[in-house]
Design a protein around this ligand. Structure first.
Ligand code: CP3
Length: 337
């Protein structure tokens, strides 16, 4: 079934001809919503919760019930793939994800691709269920090979970046072989999400910013392989944190970018690209009057752009009040100025 509200997909193809900015939010579901916490309290383990397709369905729909959003994103996580490769992941409050094993602890750690895709069936089941319940496009997603390798290397969110930098220099063959293995699984993973109903895919290269001149070799080249394998009618959006993407446009055919908070939309918007992101979620702490002014400014600047999507430069954090998001989006989504 194709979506009724197509403004987001049209913008991704640089064909939005409505005088309105399409909207979705990075991490639009999650702990800032009381209705999420209501569901979350029933599970001690995050993975136990996301392995239930009916729960993923409910959590995906929660922000759509509240806000004027033009896209849904499957409620799951980028760490589903390491979990399916037998690197058991636990979420520890205040620390984030922690893996039982890591490349840092054991250089000869082997990834297990065998049957990984079958173990991810719960994501595809959730995708199908969500798709049958929404009238906006559904975004499927994955971590990039590099970002997943970073988690597998450190066994948690990275601390000292020199550790992985010396690993990719001294053991570059091993690093490339892990990245290749991850690329193959990611290609299958997103193909299955598309089969199940995802209409576009976002790749989270959340740790791409750890790389400098090695970015193309260790991250972007694998993302390019993933992009090349996707059917032409499925747009791919790249989110890279901590990297000015303008420096790498020559190295990729990707056309849709989710900019982080530090990048500058004006440097891209006149090119043959679609730009989303950049809004700092900390701005949701501004006063109501300031937020309305911000929304008016964005609306005035981008309402007639064929290639702009409103989004954030990083995920919403638990300290944000949903009422502030509501106020801001009500202004931004309206036609009047
Ligand atoms: O609506 C949505 O966007 C929610 C779906 C979603 C989650 N994670 C749910 C989640 C998405 C798109 C992600 C992506 C994700 N996960 C990224 C890329 C985006 C980014 O911010 O760079 C990354 C790096 C992860 C890895 C991850 N998952 C971390 C570091 C953590 C712990 C820190 C945190 O933000 O809580 C998670 C757990 C997680 N994933 C939660 C949610 C709602 C919170 C878990 C809980 O409720 O206890």
């Amino acid at each position: 079934m194709t979506s009724q509200n197509k403004i987001f997909l049209e913008a991704l193809k640089r064909e939005n001809n409505q005088a309105r900015v399409p909207i979705w939010l990075l991490r639009q579901a999650g702990r800032y919503l009381p209705e999420y916490m209501e569901v979350r309290k029933n599970y001690s383990d995050f993975f136990e919760m996301i392995k239930k397709p009916e729960v993923c369905n409910e959590l995906t729909l929660q922000p759509l019930r509240r806000f004027p959003l033009d896209a849904a994103i499957t409620f799951t996580d980028i760490l589903t793939i390491p979990d399916a490769m037998n690197l058991s992941v636990e979420f520890i409050a205040g620390k984030g994800p922690v893996f039982e094993n890591s490349i840092l602890k054991d250089r000869s750690l082997r990834l297990s691709s065998k049957q990984a895709i079958q173990k991810l069936d719960y994501v595809f089941e959730a995708t199908k269920m969500i798709k049958s319940n929404i009238n906006v496009p559904l975004i499927g997603f994955t971590g990039s090979p590099w970002t997943l390798l970073v988690y597998m290397f450190y066994g948690q969110s990275p601390s000292d970046k020199s550790l992985i930098k010396s690993f990719i220099q001294s053991d570059s063959n091993i690093a490339h072989s892990h990245l290749k293995e991850l690329t193959v699984i990611i290609q299958e993973y997103i193909a299955e999400q598309v089969k199940a109903g995802a209409e576009c895919i976002q790749i989270f290269d959340s740790w791409g910013g750890m790389l400098e001149e090695e970015y193309s070799e260790f991250s972007l080249s694998y993302i390019n392989q993933i992009a090349e394998q996707l059917p032409n009618d499925i747009p791919l959006i790249l989110y890279t944190r901590g990297k000015i993407l303008a420096d790498f446009l020559e190295d990729t055919k990707i056309k849709c970018f989710n900019l982080d908070c530090a990048d500058v939309v004006d440097n891209y918007i006149d090119k043959d690209l679609t730009i989303q992101g950049n809004f700092d979620p900390k701005d949701f702490h501004l006063s109501d009057a300031e937020l309305i002014e911000k929304a008016k400014g964005i609306k005035a600047k981008f309402f007639n752009r064929a290639n702009y999507v409103f989004n954030l430069g990083s995920g919403i954090t638990p300290d944000i009040k949903p009422e502030k998001v509501d106020l801001f989006l009500a202004e931004l989504s309206g036609f009047s100025s």
